[in-house]
Design a binder for this molecule. Structure first.
Ligand SMILES: [Zn+2]
Length: 206
C-alpha cells in the first residue's frame, strides 16, 4: 500500500498560497518539479481528499498512468501560474491575463458548489464538484486563487522578506506587518544575522 506524504509546511494562510509554495521543503527535496506523491500528499494534508481516496490516487500511476500524468501537468501549470500571479500581486503590479489563464481553465471544467460540512466542533465550507473527472481535485485551489487575485492592491499576499526565500504567505497579522514566511525559517535567521552585524560593528568601534 503506497503511503501518503504527511510533512507539509502549510504556512501560507490560504490554500492557493500553500499550493503556490509547493514543493514544500518539509515534504521533499530541492527540486522545483512537483511529484505525484507530493501532489496527492498535499491534497490529503489540506483535507481535499480523505486518506482512503488519497491512497487510491497514489495507486493511479500504476492503474491509469495517463490520467495521473495529465493531472500532474495541469497541477504544475496551475502552480506556476499562481507563483507569477502572486508575485505580481505582492509587488502591486498588474497581473497579466496569460498568468491567470490556467486558473480559469480549472474553474471552467470544475463546475460545482460549496456546502457546509461539520468537522469536529466547527463548520467549514467544502467544495462539491459536479463532475467526477480528476480536475475537480484542483478546483478548490483554483477557487482560492481566484479570490486572492480579485483582492487587487489591497491584498495581503506577501513574498517573504528574505531575498533567498521564495515562499508566499497571507498576512493575517493584526498590524499587517508580517515580513517572514515563518519566524523559524527566515525570521530568526534574519535576527541572528542582524545581531551578528551589530555585534561586529560594536567590536570595530570599541
Ligand atoms: Zn522565508
Amino acid at each position: 500500500m503506497p503511503e501518503l506524504l504527511s510533512k507539509f509546511s502549510l504556512l501560507g494562510g490560504r490554500l492557493a498560497i500553500d499550493f503556490a509554495n509547493l514543493p514544500s521543503l518539509a515534504a521533499s527535496g530541492s527540486s522545483n518539479g512537483l511529484s505525484w506523491e507530493e501532489l496527492i500528499g498535499f491534497l490529503h494534508a489540506t483535507r481535499i481528499v480523505s486518506s482512503e481516496r488519497g491512497e487510491e490516487l497514489l495507486a493511479l500511476t500504476e492503474s491509469d498512468p495517463q490520467s495521473a500524468f495529465e493531472l500532474l501537468g495541469r497541477a504544475e501549470r496551475l502552480r506556476d501560474s499562481l507563483r507569477v500571479s502572486f508575485d505580481a500581486l505582492a509587488k502591486k503590479q498588474r497581473i497579466r491575463r496569460e498568468a491567470v489563464e490556467p486558473i480559469n481553465e480549472i474553474l471552467r471544467v470544475t463546475e460545482g458548489h460549496d456546502e457546509l460540512v461539520e468537522s469536529a466542533r466547527s463548520w467549514r465550507i467544502e467544495y462539491i464538484a459536479r463532475e467526477s473527472s480528476l480536475d475537480w481535485l484542483l478546483a478548490a485551489v483554483a477557487r482560492s486563487a481566484a479570490e486572492l487575485v480579485t483582492e487587487g492592491e489591497a491584498t495581503r499576499v506577501r513574498l517573504c522578506a528574505n531575498p533567498a526565500c521564495t515562499l508566499f504567505f497571507y498576512d493575517n497579522s493584526r498590524t499587517h506587518r508580517r515580513r517572514w514566511c515563518s519566524m523559524s525559517l527566515c525570521g530568526n535567521r534574519h535576527k541572528v544575522a542582524a545581531f551578528a552585524r551589530r555585534h561586529a560593528a560594536r567590536k570595530r568601534s570599541a
